[in-house]
Design a protein around this ligand. Structure first.
Ligand code: FE2
Length: 195
C-alpha cells in the first residue's frame, strides 16, 4: 500500500517514477521518457471526445490503481505539452476506466484517480487494462486541466483492437503506444494543449 505521503513525494520527484512497487516496469518506463521530448513543427492539440456517462468528479490523488481490480498491468505515462512542445507543470490529469469485466465503479473510486504533472510535464499511472462493454472498443477516459485553462475531455485507445474499426468515435490520433515489458505493459501517450 502506498501512503498519501509517498504519493506526494513521488509526484515531486523524477525519481518518483521509479519509486513504486513495480520496479522493473517503472524503471523501464522512466528510461523511455526523455527529459525533454523531441519537437518539430507546432504539434496538433489532442482531440476532444465525449465524456461518456460515468465521470465522477473529485477523484483521489492516486497513481497506482492496480489494487482496484484484476487484469493485465499497464504503466501509462507521457507528457503534457504545449503546441511548442514545452512541458506543462502541475497539469491535472484525471483518469477513469472500466474494470476487466467492463464495469465502472459508480459508487466509489475504483479505477479513478488523478495526477499532477511533474516539473518536466510528465504524468504516470499504473493501472490495469480495461475490459470491454457492449457498443465500445477498449478505452480510457481522461480529463486534463492546466491551471485555470479549459478542461480537455478525451478518450485513449489501444492498438490492435478488433473493436476499434467498429467504434463510432474511435480516433487513431488517440492511440496509446504500447509495448510489452517484464511484469506488464508500458503505455505512452503525450497530451498537447493550447496553453
Ligand atoms: Fe467508457
Amino acid at each position: 500500500m502506498i501512503s498519501r505521503r509517498d504519493l506526494v513525494a513521488a509526484s515531486l520527484s523524477a525519481a518518483g517514477f521509479a519509486a513504486l512497487a513495480l520496479p522493473r516496469l517503472a524503471v523501464a518506463q522512466e528510461a523511455e521518457l526523455p527529459l525533454t521530448p523531441a519537437c518539430g513543427a507546432p504539434a496538433a492539440t489532442t482531440k476532444r471526445q465525449t465524456e461518456g456517462p460515468y465521470f465522477v468528479p473529485s477523484s483521489p490523488l492516486k497513481r497506482d490503481l492496480r489494487g482496484d481490480g484484476s487484469g493485465d498491468i499497464l504503466a501509462l505515462s507521457g507528457f503534457v505539452l504545449t503546441r511548442q512542445c514545452r512541458p506543462v507543470t502541475g497539469a491535472l490529469v484525471d483518469l477513469w476506466h472500466a474494470n476487466d469485466s467492463g464495469d465502472y465503479d459508480n459508487s466509489g473510486f475504483r479505477f479513478r484517480g488523478h495526477q499532477l504533472t511533474d516539473e518536466q510535464g510528465r504524468y504516470q499511472f499504473i493501472t490495469r487494462i480495461p475490459g470491454l462493454y457492449p457498443g465500445r472498443t477498449r478505452h480510457f477516459h481522461v480529463k486534463l486541466r492546466a491551471g485555470n485553462g479549459p478542461v480537455l475531455t478525451t478518450q485513449l485507445y489501444f492498438p490492435d483492437e478488433p473493436g476499434n474499426a467498429r467504434d463510432g468515435i474511435y480516433d487513431k490520433s488517440l492511440l496509446i503506444q504500447i509495448r510489452a515489458a517484464e511484469g506488464g505493459k508500458l503505455g505512452r501517450f503525450d497530451f498537447v494543449i493550447s496553453a
